[in-house]
Design a protein around this ligand. Structure first.
Ligand code: RIB
Ligand code: CA
Length: 306
């Protein structure tokens, strides 16, 4: 097996974040070097505590760094209505005994990326604020980033407004900075993540598969992003699925811009006529997912052959 891929997860746990983090921590093909938190689904104090809870729950030796508590310009709008007041569906994790490292997420990401000649992949599953500031403050990291795999945006309309998906709605300016950075970007927007769904049958399997599965089931049952009967979209899980099983997805290179102002702020706009645009497309957009194979893969990652 080739060396595990070095990744940093920038995240706002968050129930779907939690599943993505769990898969990354459990899969030996990924080397999680740092979990950097950002405000989003719940305030950054809570996302940081949730990241510590997850690292301790899985007994992982991974540092957690606390990041930005507000978007660059807009005022954060949390989504406790989807993830619960504590962001984890009220599941009774043990109170974390560990603390986040002293460094701010942005410094921690820079130091981790610059600590090795190997390239690092950033898995960005919250608002892009930390990542945008990292790229602006420390441009030297760009050549050492393999790619930034982002859950965010949408080519089929938003889940907060009719135009904007939550992560890009909250910080469209940061998303635009990242999309213009010149770093290889892979975007998993609602086009595919709405179809990265788990159903009742999977929940029943998880429930019967021991301590971890019971936790997964407990938080899934409180995740108000849909229903288990009609399929719960575990948006952020699509990023680690793309890294670990890219054949689940169809992709296409596109010129993508992020609307930063006005009522459509956060919308991702792509050019349908690339021949009319100067320069190369800036984003690899995931345009389709094999939904049954995705759910089967997630089950295999979360609880083996349960
Ligand atoms: O729109 C879905 C995204 O917003 C996911 O990252 C979810 O965790 C929320 O942050
Ligand atoms: Ca998230």
């Amino acid at each position: 097996m080739k060396d595990p891929r070095r990744i940093i997860i920038d995240t706002d746990p968050g129930i779907d974040d939690a599943l993505a983090i769990a898969i990354a921590l459990k899969n030996p093909q990924l080397d999680v070097r740092l979990i950097s938190t950002v405000a989003g689904n719940v305030p950054v104090s809570q996302t940081t505590e949730n990241a510590l809870k997850l690292v301790e729950f899985f007994g992982a030796d991974v540092p957690v760094a606390r990041g930005c508590e507000q978007p660059l310009f807009r005022v954060l709008e949390c989504s406790t209505y989807v993830h619960g007041k504590d962001g984890m569906g009220g599941f009774e994790f043990p109170v974390p005994v560990s603390k986040p490292i002293e460094k701010h997420s942005i410094i921690a990401m820079r130091d981790e990326i610059m600590s090795t000649e190997e390239k690092t992949t950033i898995v960005a599953i919250g608002i892009e604020t930390n990542v945008a500031i990292l790229l602006k403050m420390y441009p030297e990291v760009k050549e050492r980033i393999e790619e930034i795999v982002i859950m965010g945006g949408s080519m089929i309309g938003g889940n907060v407004t009719s135009s904007a998906e939550f992560n890009f709605y909250n910080d469209p300016h940061a998303a635009e900075i990242v999309f213009r950075s010149g770093v290889p970007i892979t975007m998993l927007g609602l086009d595919v993540t709405n179809y990265g769904r788990l159903y009742t049958g999977t929940n029943e399997k998880l429930k019967k598969s021991g301590r971890e599965g019971q936790m997964f089931s407990a938080i899934l049952e409180k995740y108000v992003a849909g229903t288990l009967e009609t399929g719960l979209p575990v948006h952020d899980v699509c990023t680690v699925a793309y890294l670990l099983k890219p054949e689940l997805f169809e992709t296409d290179m596109k010129h993508v811009m992020v609307q930063t102002e006005g009522p459509a702020a956060g919308a991702t706009v792509f050019h349908r006529r690339p021949e009319m645009v100067e320069g190369e497309p800036n984003v690899k957009v995931c345009t389709g997912v094999d939904e049954p194979a995705f759910e089967e893969w997630v089950v295999s990652q979360l609880c083996g052959e349960c």
